[in-house]
Design a protein around this ligand. Sequence first.
Ligand code: GLN
Length: 549
Amino acid sequence: MAKYIFVTGGVTSSLGKGIIAASLAKLLQARGLTTTIQKFDPYINVDPGTMNPYEHGECYVTEDGAETDLDLGHYERFLNIHTTQANNVTTGSIYQTVINRERAGDYLGKTVQVIPHITDEIKRRMKLLGDSNKYDVILTEIGGTVGDIESLPFIEAVRQLQWEMPEEDCLVVHLTLIPYLKAAKELKTKPTQHSVKLLSENGVHPDILVCRTERPLSEEIKRKLALFCNVKQDSVIEAMDASTIYEVPIAMLKEKLDVIVLKKLNITNYNEPELDKWKGFLDKLKHPKYKVTIGLIGKYIELQDAYKSILESFIHAGAMNECKVQVVNVHSEFITEDNVGEKLSELDGLLVAPGFGNRGVEGKIIAVQYARENNLPFFGICLGMQMAAIEFARNVLHIPDANSTEMQPTTANPVIDMMEEQKKITMKGGTMRLGSYPCIIKENSLAFQIYGKTDISERHRHRWEFNNAYLSQFENAGMIASGINPETGLVEIIELPMHPFFIGVQYHPELKSTVENPQPIFVSFIKYAKEFAEAKHSIKNSLLQSEMI
Ligand code: GLN
């Protein structure tokens, strides 16, 4: 029988429920328990796949091809596990199931209502992963903030589950904010008292309060919070702002969050926490010996969440290389032939990001050309790989009108074309080529050197692909397809053997990077960027020396 932990949020959004949930799950996992995390989002979209990154940040894709909330990325990166379609549920998907059932006549004769029909479906989904008997503990993060109209059915479902289950099988962790008022020079507990009151009005009482704060909580403040929020004093947990999210599990360990949870859930069979690998990673992360500057070329750069998994992959790969990765965001819309040198000259590596639509693509193509011609380590992901193919076609194969039919549907030279099976698709949600597909890597390639094997599988999210009608022209001119999907022949990896490090991938390697298993292309990219930086440095030094002579 699985035990359940629900994580709710109060006072304000963006407190980091996902990180707290992932940190707690990490500690339980480190103690030998099997855990997973799921996220319940109150919005009406069936999934976040159709939302603009400005609205919702990155869309994270699971192995089984679900388009999900970016918090699932944190869960995977912390726990080193795979999540699935079942780990992300939205109000939209709940209603879709209930309405489909109603249309099928399953509720014949009945009025379909929020309680019990919607809440029953929420409860069924909350218990779905637990029913598989694979997990000791299931954490469920409830999106939104307590008090939102939209999240009420989820809170009601938690109330009912708590009522249905033995007390020791289920608990609620409430994440809240203790603001510091400069004028009063005081930490304030009132917003937390109000949010706990709101939660209690809906019938759910938190067992543990995790308090985000800029300053340490005194015993007196903890006592006050405990008294007015009606929780035990040892269940008031301080969560001070951390320098990196990867510090949070260690901070929660110090605060004994895991011990309190184990006690409340009456779990007796656990080990001392095994966190050596995690601590080793943190140590390297905090004490880098080298530094590289990587340009991230994208069009959503104002919003860091849009490229969350890429940025986290750099952190993992940086630590692996004992190297601080400074990411410089370069807006692709503002790159021109005239300013490209000035914008990219300080870089040690260039990553052209995934994306959709026309905006900013020409800037991406100019950036790729700069990297190719200047031996700057280059890594293109999805749209970034497609732009690398277009750049090569235009500037090396001399096909000036080469394009993707996504950008120019009538181009005479569609070196990137829509996949055949995509052409008949009319619905937008969940219809791209999604999730994990195999790829066979050619030996004697950069990709083989990176992965160290020929058979890999990576995750995807795209509708366009490299047009194989042009492949022999590309290969004759020096750009090779070093990774191919074995069933369809779809080009998964392109590279330039003449260049020190130039690789473009149709898939999204950033979705599989975890603290314990950094993604190999990122690791290798940083290694080459380090070499590039060192070479630049020694050239500069020898120039200086020769000037001195
Ligand atoms: N827009 C491109 C496609 O659909 C690339 C997608 C992406 O970068 N994820 O093929």
